[in-house]
Design a protein around this ligand. Structure first.
Ligand code: NDP
Length: 345
């Protein structure tokens, strides 16, 4: 079968493409420029998937019919492209492409995709969890984050950037379900939505400097490298749901393969973590990894992926962190632990 993956050069998407290719699927990845496509071509050709991977340029998915051509001959779609940042100058900068990209691809599938049987949309736990809670609460796939769209509606450009990003995910996911329900009788495909929490783990996408890291790895990088006192405090107090990027990719692949995933929202957290845990792991493992560089596998659990990430950070620090690498020189700081203990929120 052939799968269309939108935003194929992204952090999560590239792992998803890799996994699809490894399972014998053919993949067409959409990107916004020739350079990004070539990066993917080279990467997957080196892994021996040169024949099974191709890229297509969809420069602007605000244009009507942007996906009409690229979905014609595919059997399934993973829509993963969406703006992932939280510093817009205007909410529409994030909201519009998130919603219209999602609707655009579904519209094209309605018109032009006679072979498509399943569409998977990458959403987020941000569409489920209400932020800023003062008391513990359990969330499930039944819940919707109403707070962020409300904040954006009321405050417009004055809403917090992170709320705008979260609202974009809520509005895009809602739009996808609405579209699906509205057209159910006309379509031969169904919809699955994947809702990951914070995604961490080794990147294979084109990262040239810390600035070009995707948002979740940038947060990881900033917490482990930054020195500001507030963030130090956050290291042991702030916890989040997280999932390894490889498990996230696998969730997308399985959502495409499993009949039973149709019509479901699927949250994919593997647990929660405190920033301090990464720091401890990096500190305790950085000697080990130089002795056992081959020990590392893709085992999808916290320990192994921490190890993997630790190795990655270390091995690539010369090119990635540059000569100003601070993470490894500042051992006392990254051993820091609060006396107040772990709180979490
Ligand atoms: P990346 O930033 O690595 O990838 C985002 C992808 O979307 C890139 O291919 C990017 O293209 C594309 N994109 C962004 N804005 C636009 C736009 N306006 N028009 C067309 N394409 C656009 O992010 P991730 O891999 O982390 O995120 C992928 C998906 O997963 C997103 O939908 C995100 O919301 C979701 N997600 C991510 C989580 C995480 O922790 N990383 C957690 C939960 C959900 P380009 O490179 O050209 O900018």
């Amino acid at each position: 079968g052939k799968v269309l993956v939108s935003g194929a050069n992204g952090y999560i998407a590239m792992w998803t493409v890799k996994m699809l290719l490894e399972r014998g699927y053919r993949v067409r990845g959409t990107v916004r420029s020739e350079n990004k496509g070539r990066f993917l071509n080279d990467y997957f050709a080196k892994l021996g998937h040169g024949d099974a991977f191709e890229f297509a340029i969809v420069e602007d998915f605000l244009e009507d019919d942007a996906f009409d051509e690229v979905i014609k001959d595919v059997d399934a779609i993973a829509h993963m492209a969406s703006p992932v940042h939280s510093k817009p100058s205007d909410p529409d900068e994030i909201l519009k492409p998130a919603v219209r990209g999602t609707i655009g691809i579904l519209k094209s599938a309605l018109k032009n995709a006679s072979r498509v049987r399943r569409i998977v949309v990458t959403s987020s736990t941000a569409t489920i969890i209400t932020p800023d809670l003062t008391a513990a609460r359990v969330f499930s796939e039944e819940d919707w984050n109403e707070a962020c769209p409300k904040e954006v509606k009321e405050l417009g450009a004055k809403a917090r950037g992170v709320s705008i990003y979260r609202a974009s995910k809520v509005l895009a996911e809602r739009a996808a379900w609405d579209f699906y329900k509205q057209h159910k009788s006309q379509i031969q495909w169904d919809l699955t939505v994947i809702n990951p929490p914070f995604v961490f783990g080794p990147p294979i996408h084109d990262v040239r400097s810390p600035k070009s890291l995707n948002l979740s790895l940038l947060a990881w990088y900033q917490r482990l490298v930054s020195e500001s006192p507030e963030e130090k405090d956050e290291l042991s107090h702030w916890s989040c749901g997280w999932v390894d990027v490889r498990d996230t990719a696998l969730a997308h692949v399985m959502a495409l393969e499993k009949e039973a995933a149709g019509g479901e929202r699927i949250m994919t957290p593997s647990g929660r973590c405190f920033w301090q845990e990464w720091i401890n792991a990096v500190n305790s493992l950085k000697q080990i990894h130089s002795l056992h560089t081959n020990l590392l596998s893709d085992a999808p659990n916290f320990f192994m992926s921490t190890l993997f990430l630790a190795r990655w950070t270390s091995l690539r620090k010369s090119e990635f962190l540059g000569s100003n690498s601070r993470l490894w020189r500042r051992r006392p700081r990254i051993r820091w632990r609060t006396s107040r203990g772990a709180g979490g929120r």
